[in-house]
Design a protein around this ligand. Sequence first.
Ligand code: DOR
Ligand code: ZN
Length: 417
Amino acid sequence: MAVVIKNATIVNIDEEIHGDIVMRDGVFVRVGGNAVAEPEDTVVEAEGLCAFPGLVDMHVHLRDPGQTHKEDILSGCAAAAAGGVTSLVCMPNTSPAVDSAETVAYIVNKAKATGIHVYPAAAITFGLSGSGCCDYEALKKAGAAALSDDGRPVEDDGMLLNALREGERLGLPVLCHCEDLTQAAGGKVHEGRASRLLGVKGMSSASEYADIERTISLAESVGARVHICHVSTKESIDVIRRAKARGVKVTCETAPHYFIYTCEKVLGRDADYRMNPPLREEADRLAVIDGLLDGTIDAIATDHAPHSPEEKADFVKAPNGVIGMETSLAATLTFLRDQLSLPEIARLMSFHPARILGIPGGEIKIGAPADLTLVNLSEKWIVDPTRLHGRSRNAVFKGEELTGRVKATYCGGKRVF
Ligand code: DOR
Ligand code: ZN
């Protein structure tokens, strides 16, 4: 029994074609042309819809175990499916942190029921505390797909070097949250006009790019590959562009809010626009777009970071973070469609993250996992946080009119949305 998608615009990494897709036994068995369905097959008419490779979101907080009032593995994966995300990396800043084989195994097991490919990132240091390095071999054996202390930088050079070397040896990508806490700890918004007008502590651009420079230098010194999370400043992009030019094995991601919004958004004291790193200036926003256009930025991830309405109620006390999996593709299509082709968007949101992580997926081709999302490119909708599928409501694009809407998502050939 197969699923036959008829008459779709098929978006792949280097071309768009019109035709049919057949999925059987979890993989694509036909891409393009005219498929003849057998009586037992499920036929989906997709005329007018785009078939994108299922998105690979390499930066997600599922909050499970321990903070399931914000999100859990099931609700987070429902949000993923609704946004067209079929593979995701979940970050280890849970409670307890993902620093033991038991916790990795808990996530892997619970995720089996979701129909989404969930790849746990394990912690670099115990409890993300910087107090010592975890047993990466045991974490990998349990199912960890990457290493990260996301939410915090690894401040100790020796520990970061050890993780970079061990990550290289074990084939575990190291995903670095770069932030100089001696500058930025306790910061609420971008340092500059926004922090001055609001009278709160700022997070400077330098607190991000200086730590990216340190991280890249360490990776370069041992010839290891490194991935930089949520790049948001123009200087960060320059640092990474220059490192790539001299052959450093560095990759990086940004998130839609960094190329769509600026720190003007926080002036209304709404904590749903507060995240770390923070929304920056217009020049940074434009530099992020340049980085996406010239290949300096490899991937678009969401940093989906659910927090409850109670936690987000007080502008200053609220934790950092915004949710984004249900809006990332629509927001990217809405704001970058005139600058990026559909195959380029598919590369940034699906193919590149899959290759950086070394996981299957990322393209619609025969033999690849049958992960895809069907999108109506012209449907307009207004983001209503109360109608999203995850458990939290802190949607950074709330109230925004977006053009492009996910209509169905298939993961491993099964309909998950
Ligand atoms: O905004 C953020 N939220 N940035 C991070 O680095 C962590 C994340 C979270 O866990 O809420
Ligand atoms: Zn982070």
